[in-house]
Design a protein around this ligand. Structure first.
Ligand SMILES: Nc1ncnc2c1ncn2[C@@H]1O[C@H](COP(=O)(O)OP(=O)(O)OP(=O)(O)O)[C@@H](O)[C@H]1O
Length: 261
């Protein structure tokens, strides 16, 4: 794999603040994600993680401040070019119609297709390879309406891999996944990060955040934000305050673990 070009800034947010209705989800903060880095968004239910992720994805405008993708505001991006640069794994997949797993994974190629929109043999090969990465090689002809929750989540991740963006924005990527696939999926994104991609993900598991994050943004659900390196933010005191529950830090075999008291 090529060494990451850390000088390439994939995503920046400057003096960002977000409001929904009358409520401020977060006060002003800034972030900068370079190629080869992983940022994890943490916080209690309703704190604003998905809203922040969607703002970083350019799906909604910030209330205050600016977001830049690859150095340019979203307004200066053509939507297809932006879809080739950043891809979003949404929290839920609204499936209304039958489609095969392979057809679904191929949706990831849409931003790359030419004028007539036909997928080539190379596109199909990419989709099949992505399904293989997620342990779905034998699922290509299955109907997405008949999959288990974890299988459907893996198809969504395969679709995002098929899209092959520079920057991955993941809303709870471990949703519905068993222990094996939680680690397998996060290891996969760690490898992509090592190859120079960027990763921003919402997680609920503090220990997975400790294992995979370089940077953390911790929302406390009352408008407060802590942003910094993983070591700076993942401290029992900060976490306990944000989650409104005492949390203890344990160090075992060179690993840090956080457990609720
Ligand atoms: N369009 C909207 N109008 C009003 N309130 C909204 C809107 N969108 C989101 N909210 C509220 O904003 C808050 C933040 O929602 P968000 O989905 O970003 O939280 P979250 O941190 O991702 O939560 P969870 O951990 O439960 O997924 C919630 O209280 C939600 O009800």
């Amino acid at each position: 794999m090529a060494a990451p070009d850390a000088s390439l800034v994939l995503l920046e947010a400057e003096r960002l603040a977000l409001q929904v209705g009358e409520r401020w989800l977060c006060c002003e903060f800034s972030l900068r994600l370079a190629a080869g880095e992983c940022l994890v968004l943490l916080g209690p239910n309703g704190a604003g993680k998905t809203t922040l992720l969607h703002t970083l994805a350019g799906l909604r405008a910030p209330t205050v401040g600016a977001v830049r993708l690859g150095g340019r505001p979203y307004a200066e991006w053509d939507s297809l070019a932006a879809a080739r640069f950043r891809g979003l794994l949404a929290q839920q997949q609204p499936d209304h119609f039958s489609a095969s797993v392979l057809q679904t994974a191929l949706i990831g190629r849409h931003p790359h297709l030419g004028r007539w929109g036909w997928e080539s043999a190379a596109d199909v090969a990419l989709a099949r390879a992505a399904l293989g990465e997620l342990g779905l090689a034998d699922f290509a002809e299955r109907d997405i309406l008949n999959l288990s929750g974890g299988e459907r989540q893996r198809v969504s991740i395969a679709t995002l891999l098929t899209q092959a963006p520079q920057l991955f924005l993941l809303d709870e990527p471990t949703n519905h996944l068993d222990l094996h696939y939680q680690i397998a999926v996060l290891d996969l994104f760690a490898r992509l990060k090592g190859a120079g991609r960027g990763v921003v993900m919402v997680l609920h598991d503090i220990n997975l955040a400790a294992r995979f994050a370089d940077h953390v943004i911790l929302l406390d659900g009352k408008g407060g934000v802590l942003a910094g390196t993983s070591a700076e933010i993942l401290q029992a005191e900060h976490l306990g305050r944000a989650f409104d529950h005492p949390i203890r830090r344990l160090d075992a075999d060179g690993r840090t673990l956080f457990i609720p008291d």
